[in-house]
Design a protein around this ligand. Structure first.
Ligand code: GRF
Length: 230
C-alpha cells in the first residue's frame, strides 16, 4: 500500500518539489496533501497546479483540532515540514509521534530554536566563524528544532561566503537529504524509540545508506568531501 504524505510549507516550496520528484522515482509513498499557514505560499500554488489537494491552515497554524481533522480525512501516514515556520500544536505531535519530520538549514542542536529560520540561521553561522554547516532532518516534538536528529549532511562554509551563497549551498543538500529521510520514515524504516541507544544505532545505519547514495550531485559531493576530508 502506498504511504500517504502531507507536506506543510510556508514558503516557495523547493523542498516540496524535490520530495515530489524523488518519490515519483522511488515509489512506495506519495504526497497527497500540501498545507500552508500562508495562502500566498508558492508551495500551495505549485501543488494546486499539479492537482494535489491543498489546504490553508488558520491564522498561525495553531488550531490543533482543524489540523487533526485535515490529516484524518486525508488518511495521512506521515507529515513533512518543508520550510514550515509555525510550531506544530502539541496535540498533533502526540497523535503523530515519530511520523513528523522537519528540515532545518543548519547542524542542530546549534543554530536552532525559536526565531532561527531563513537568512537568520545562515547569518548566525557566518558570524560564529564555524567552517561547516548543512541541513538537519529530525523528528518533530513539542519544542522548536528539538526532536531526535535523524540525519545531517556537512556543507563547507567558505571565508568569503555571503548569506545567500551559503543558503544556496545548504539548500542543495536539503534537496538531497530530506526526500531520502522522508521516504524512509513514510515506509516505517526509521522510527523513534524510547531507548536512546537503539535509536542511535538505527540512525547510524540509515545515515550510512544516505552517504552511499549521494553521487547524483557531483559538485556537492566534491565540496562535502573537501569539508570533511581537509
Ligand atoms: C529551507 O532552507 C528550509 O530548511 C528552511 O526554509 C527554507 C525553505 O525553502 N526552513 P523551500 O520553501 O523549501 O524552498
Amino acid at each position: 500500500m502506498t504511504a500517504r504524505i502531507a507536506v506543510f510549507a510556508s514558503g516557495r516550496g523547493s523542498n516540496l518539489q524535490a520530495l515530489h520528484t524523488y518519490l515519483e522515482r522511488a515509489g512506495g509513498a506519495e504526497i497527497v496533501l500540501v498545507a500552508s499557514d500562508r495562502a500566498a505560499s508558492g508551495a500551495l500554488t505549485w501543488a494546486h497546479d499539479r492537482g494535489i489537494t491543498t489546504s490553508t491552515l488558520g491564522s498561525g497554524g495553531d488550531d490543533a483540532r482543524a489540523i487533526l481533522h485535515l490529516l484524518a480525512t486525508s488518511r495521512i501516514d506521515s507529515v513533512v515540514l518543508a520550510g514550515y515556520l509555525r510550531l506544530v500544536p502539541a496535540e498533533v505531535v502526540r497523535a503523530y509521534r515519530g511520523r513528523i519530520v522537519n528540515v532545518h538549514p543548519a547542524l542542530l542542536p546549534a543554530f536552532g530554536g525559536p526565531g532561527m529560520y531563513g537568512a537568520r540561521v545562515h547569518r548566525a553561522v557566518l558570524a560564529s566563524g564555524t567552517r561547516v554547516s548543512g541541513p538537519t532532518v529530525h523528528f518533530v516534538d513539542e519544542v522548536y528544532d528539538h526532536g531526535a536528529i535523524i540525519a545531517q549532511w556537512p556543507v563547507p562554509v567558505f571565508p568569503d561566503d555571503t548569506e545567500a551563497a551559503l543558503a544556496a549551498r545548504v539548500l542543495r543538500a536539503e534537496h538531497l537529504l530530506l526526500p531520502r529521510v522522508a521516504h524512509l520514515v513514510a515506509l516505517g524504516r526509521i522510527t523513534v524509540h524510547d531507548d536512546e541507544r537503539s535509536r542511535g544505532a538505527q540512525a547510524a545505519r540509515e545515515r550510512a545508506a544516505f552517504l552511499l547514495a549521494t553521487p547524483e550531485d557531483d559538485a556537492l559531493a566534491e565540496s562535502m568531501a573537501g569539508a570533511v576530508g581537509a
